[in-house]
Design a protein around this ligand. Structure first.
Ligand code: ADP
Ligand code: ADP
Length: 232
């Protein structure tokens, strides 16, 4: 379970302060697919960076499965972050490495021995439907295939939470649907908690159980997707 309590994030800039997130309270259940929707500048990215400990909140606390992310650092935070994975709009793959090397990368960092790494990479390649593409480089892949690599890499160390930062925003509608189907499948199979931020209503409607609507740093509405989007 993910709990955000009284979270604010204030950035100091040359022109003063910007409150990117203002007093947000959210509870996301284990195994849930939770969407955060809002226009550009609403505070979605800031929120997701708070969830994986990349940023510290100015006030409030973030806890993930009982561990407070907002107050730890160093090795403790690095360990906690192995359980909180992320995929990105522009995939963030290593361009000089093949598909299998990209997927193996987090396993290498975690110190997994070569033989176990190879077995795990094989499993992941099958899971995301990239069989036959092991030796390809990212530049030889379509956008959807690149995101499949991103997903496989994110799942390598068996995370408890997957954060998706506009993960389908660079993809065409058909590929978007395929990637969302894959995320849904992974959620069902492994009970993985998924938090996704997007500016696209369609993405929320297709796979999210619940949604929070953000505006100018605040959650202005929250609830089951059908209920939130029913009202004009
Ligand atoms: P979204 O992801 O919904 O587009 P962001 O979280 O990126 O929203 O941004 C929310 C607000 O915070 C914006 O006004 C943005 O300019 C500001 N902001 C985001 N990150 C920083 C930063 N590192 N420093 C200063 N201001 C920032
Ligand atoms: P974008 O359109 O935002 O650049 P890409 O998926 O093409 O998205 O790139 C993702 C990231 O990888 C970007 O930060 C980009 O600078 C970097 N990148 C893209 N192509 C290469 C490359 N051939 N070698 C190294 N880095 C690259």
């Amino acid at each position: 379970m993910i709990e955000l309590k009284n979270i604010s994030k204030i950035y100091k800039t040359n022109n003063g302060e910007i409150a990117a997130v203002k007093d947000v309270n959210l509870t996301i259940e284990k195994g849930e697919i939770f969407g955060v929707i809002g226009y550009s500048g609403a505070g979605k990215s800031s929120l997701i960076r708070l969830l994986n400990g990349l940023e510290k909140p100015s006030t409030g606390s973030v806890s993930v499965n009982g561990q407070e992310i907002s107050s730890i650092s160093g090795k403790q935070l690095r360990n906690a972050r192995q359980k909180i994975s992320m995929i990105f709009q522009h995939f963030n793959l290593l361009w000089s490495r093949t598909v299998e090397e990209n997927i193996a990368f987090p396993l290498e960092i975690a110190g997994v021995p070569k033989q176990n790494r190879d077995t795990r990479v094989k499993e992941l390649i099958e899971l995301v439907g990239l069989k036959g593409r092991e030796k390809s480089y990212p530049s030889q892949l379509s956008g959807g295939q690149k995101q499949r690599v991103g997903i496989a890499r994110a799942l390598a160390n068996n995370p408890e939470v997957l954060l998706c930062d506009e993960a389908t925003s660079a993809l065409d509608p058909e590929t978007t649907d395929q990637i969302l189907e894959l995320l849904l499948d992974i959620n069902k199979r492994f009970g993985l908690t998924i938090v996704l931020i997007t500016h696209e209503m369609h993405v929320i409607r297709k796979i999210c159980h619940r949604v929070a609507v953000m505006e100018a740093g605040q959650v202005v509405e929250e609830g089951k997707v059908l209920q939130v989007f029913q009202n004009p």
